[in-house]
Design a protein around this ligand. Structure first.
Ligand code: NAD
Length: 436
């Protein structure tokens, strides 16, 4: 099938590449000329494990194409995906300008029936708005479908190729058949394609992300209670997570959630609630708690240094918002950098994939190091912000030698307090005993 994907970021590039891999003829369209040229020339623009191999294969075999020209890109496409940004607007609601601009542009250039798919995370009612924007100048019949994306950065290819479920919001039988055909190779094991109306599909995505953000936040509050009561959050996590009604995932306490989705989606759902005069109290608490949680270790770092961070150097491990991605959007590391620099500290950082993006955003505000050990060489303390596997079993003798003080502030609970006690470190983590 010929398909088009408008927007070639984390979601668009994975969507396009994976559908090319299942034999479709895919054209990805983006307004960013530099990005399109790079992709055309076989240079991948994001770090996503497993993506590069299938990207190269499909590019070489001509099933994956890139252009900046919308009309050329959608020519002959039966399905057109919109994988465009929906950043928070000034009031916190999802900004639909990218989606609606492309929808308006599509109207006059559609030459035959096509299904336009909202892949972006969009508020309830957006499918109707997209429909209206296209219809204004459309000369042919078309359908608008809501098909939210549930992939996780870092494991996006696996998630896309073997989704737990596919949610498709449409009332059109014609659109339903086309979408069913496209997704059939991805659900051969029997995972469901769940059909529903457009509004329910739109809300499903926000409900899923907000629920996961709530689950993390709930555990962070339990961690805060553990600190006050002298309990251990890891033990509590194991004790509750083994209950199959609760499940083991998304229960790890830490310095808050970040990324391009959870913060903006929770905010957007809260705003949607407000717009229909519903007081969604849980979401307000989730946002509040997460805001505090991100920089929870900063007062403890200050306390360790007698209240003054001027002239201190902090080695920082981890910049990306989670491991296995170069995405730094809303990464807790950035909030910690801001607070540390504000307090007069210097920051020396290392991240396996996120440094280029951070440098692009904050420039030389911090020092970028070529490995984990260089980042702590001569530093006064180590702060861990992202749980990259490379940080899990360092050579602690070397760590002790390189640091000016044997002190670790661990925002991701990578080490056991017992081990740190044995090694003679001062060790501050989340929801667990502090080792002095
Ligand atoms: P992104 O910022 O990585 O990519 C968006 C792309 O759209 C960019 O390359 C940009 O240049 C392009 N673009 C902007 N305006 C355009 C236009 N007029 N024509 C063509 N291209 C245009 O965003 P993303 O992370 O891929 O997210 C896209 C949507 O998917 C968002 O709504 C997001 O909430 C949702 N989503 C993201 C994830 C994720 O993990 N990143 C997961 C599920 C859903």
């Amino acid at each position: 099938m010929k398909i088009a994907v408008v927007g070639t970021g984390y979601v668009g590039l994975v969507t396009g590449t994976c559908f090319a891999e299942t034999g479709n003829d895919v054209t990805c369209i983006d307004i960013d000329e530099k990005k399109v040229n790079s992709l055309k020339n076989g240079k991948i623009t994001i770090y996503e494990p497993g993506l590069e191999v299938i990207f190269q294969r499909n590019l070489e075999q001509g099933r994956l194409n890139f252009t900046t020209d919308l009309a050329e890109g959608i020519e002959g496409a039966k399905i057109i995906f919109l994988a465009l940004p929906t950043p928070p607007g000034e009031d916190g609601s999802a900004d639909l300008k990218y989606v609606l601009t492309v929808a308006s542009d599509l109207g006059p250039i559609l030459k035959e029936y096509a299904v336009i798919v909202d892949k972006s995370t969009v508020p309830v009612g957006t499918a109707d708005k997209v429909h209206a924007a296209i219809k204004e100048n459309a000369k042919v019949d078309f359908d608008v479908v809501s098909n939210p994306e549930f992939l996780r950065e870092g494991v996006a290819v696996d998630d896309f190729m073997k989704p737990d479920r596919v949610v498709i919001g449409t009332t059109s039988e014609k659109a339903k058949k086309l979408m069913e055909t496209l997704y059939a190779p991805l659900v051969r094991q029997g995972n469901p394609v769940i059909f529903m109306d457009e509004k329910s599909a739109e809300l499903t995505k926000y409900a899923a992300n907000s629920f996961l953000a709530t689950k993390i936040t709930f555990m962070n509050e339990i961690a805060n209670m553990c600190e006050l009561l002298g309990a251990d959050v890891d033990s509590v996590r194991k004790g509750v997570g083994t209950d199959t009604r609760i499940g083991k995932r998304f229960l790890f306490a830490g310095i808050g959630y970040g990324g391009s989705c959870f913060p903006k989606d929770v905010q957007a759902l809260a705003k949607s609630a407000q717009q229909v005069n519903y007081d969604f109290r849980i979401l307000k608490s989730v946002m509040d708690v997460n805001e505090d949680q991100k920089t929870k270790l900063i007062p403890k770092i200050k306390e360790y240094f007698g209240g003054d961070l001027k002239g201190k150097t902090i080695g920082l491990w981890g910049l990306s918002f989670k491991p296995y991605t170069d995405d730094i959007r809303e990464a807790p590391s950035l909030y910690n950098i801001e607070k540390l620099v504000e307090a007069g500290a210097q920051v020396k950082a290392y991240d396996p994939e996120g440094m280029e993006n951070v440098q692009g955003q904050i420039g030389e505000k911090i020092t970028y190091c070529h490995d984990a050990y260089s980042a702590i060489n001569g530093a006064d303390a180590l702060l861990i912000a992202t749980e990259w596997p490379v940080f899990r079993t360092p050579d602690f003798e070397k760590v002790a030698k390189l640091l000016n003080n044997k002190v670790i502030f661990d925002g991701r609970n990578l080490y056991s307090p017992e081990q740190m006690k044995d090694l003679g470190f001062t060790y501050v983590s989340i929801g667990r005993e502090t080792i002095n």
